[in-house]
Design a protein around this ligand. Structure first.
Ligand code: DI6
Ligand code: FE
Length: 379
């Protein structure tokens, strides 16, 4: 932390940052914004969300309170598949309208960059519609949006038991089409017993490679299928959830430079008890990011500050790790080199807080100390 710091911004970019006493002469005549000694951090980055989706799953929340597990709900036709029904029924305008209040909640807490996944369409047309709605968020709100194709999220009910046919006839053609339309920044999958096996994910990742798209994976959330290791073998930007990750998987991620995206909102909502291997990730110097996983089923969470708190309280991450997890390492999880830290050459995406010390951001529960936010230098 720099006490009494200054940040110099020119045309949307940071050109200098450091102690005010060392401000270079050439900048002293620029227009100054006095932030009153408040803490300035990089704008927050939510690197894993499903904010575009139809309907909600409050009913299923009740089912689970009555004892059903996430997997039981999924097998009973609820879960992801119920959101697929509502998403297919929604127009692009409706999907966008439903997403905006969630996005507004994130922005209100200093978020400047947001990742949004498809994966609730599971047919060609709806997967593309979700991605178009996601792209439009950045036209409607002051936030940068990256889109991820998640066609391999679940098997649609009309193709029950036909994983191979779904991957070949729906997922891969939809990925090609979405890419051709400029709708895809990265490719994701759900590698899990209730979703897809590593060999299915590998086929999707082969196509991503052919198209020159980076990959990431929902891995080791409910069991260990070796998903993170597979993702690492494709040079994945991140492996996400990873509660059931073992040391071998951690080592593979470390060797590949794959970021661990920790999602405490899903852990909390599902009342999971297996915690991600934070200590092992530290030991292997795997960068850790934190994200909301904002989705209608396993993580109806749209607060990145609460996510930071959960990362600390549930997983014993330090407040400093939590802050790096929603800034520097979240940028890395998205393959972004132009944001996530406050230094010369980066975009002027900043959050200004009514707090004295960074630990205060992770410490409070349900309190928003944001004073103001700059996106590309604009308030
Ligand atoms: N893991 C998750 O936590 C979300 N997707 C996934 O692959 C949950 C999706 C949902 O329940 O709607
Ligand atoms: Fe997710």
């Amino acid at each position: 932390m720099i006490e009494s710091g200054a940040v110099v911004i020119e045309v949307g970019k940071i050109v200098w940052a450091g102690p005010q006493a060392e401000l270079p002469e050439q900048y002293t005549s620029l227009k100054a914004h006095d932030l009153g000694g408040r803490l300035v951090t990089p704008g927050l980055i939510d690197c894993h969300t499903h904010v575009v989706s139809g309907g909600n799953r409050a009913k299923e929340f009740e089912m689970r309170l009555n004892g059903a597990t996430y997997e039981e709900v999924a097998r009973a036709g609820g879960g992801i598949v119920s959101t697929v029904k509502s998403t297919r029924a929604a127009s692009e305008d409706q999907l966008l309208a439903d997403a905006l209040p969630r996005v507004d909640a994130l922005i209100a807490e200093g978020v400047t960059v947001l990742e949004v996944k498809s994966g609730y369409g599971l047919d060609h047309e709806t997967e593309l519609r979700m991605l178009r709605a996601a792209r439009r968020i950045a036209q409607e709100r002051p936030v940068r949006v990256l889109t991820t194709f998640l066609g391999a999220h679940a098997l649609p009910p009309e193709m029950a038991g036909e994983h191979d046919r779904y991957i070949d006839d729906v997922c891969i053609p939809a990925l090609r089409a979405a890419h051709a339309e400029g709708l895809v920044d990265a490719v994701d999958g759900f590698c899990e017993g209730i979703a897809f096996q590593p060999e299915h994910i590998a086929r999707v990742f082969d196509m991503a490679r052919e198209l020159g798209l980076p990959v990431k994976l929902h891995a080791e959330q409910l069991s260990n299928l070796g998903g993170a290791k597979l993702a690492a073998s494709y040079g994945a930007m991140s492996a996400d959830h990873i509660e059931y990750l073992d040391d071998e998987g951690v080592a593979a991620m470390a060797a590949a430079g794959t970021v661990a995206v920790i999602l405490p909102g899903a852990f909390y909502t599902l009342r999971e008890t297996q915690v991600p291997p934070i200590e092992s990730l530290r030991r292997h110097s795997v960068p850790m990011a934190l994200a909301t996983d904002a989705n209608p089923g396993s993580s109806p969470l749209t607060s990145l500050l609460l996510t930071m708190n959960m990362g600390c309280t549930l997983f014993r991450m330090t407040p400093e790790e939590a802050l790096a997890g929603v800034t520097r390492n979240a940028a890395r999880a998205l393959g972004l080199k132009d944001c996530g830290t406050i230094e010369g050459g980066k975009r002027a995406d900043l959050a200004v807080w009514n707090v004295q010390h960074p630990a205060e951001l992770a410490y409070r529960i349900g309190f928003n100390p944001l004073y103001k936010r700059y996106l590309g230098g604009c308030e």
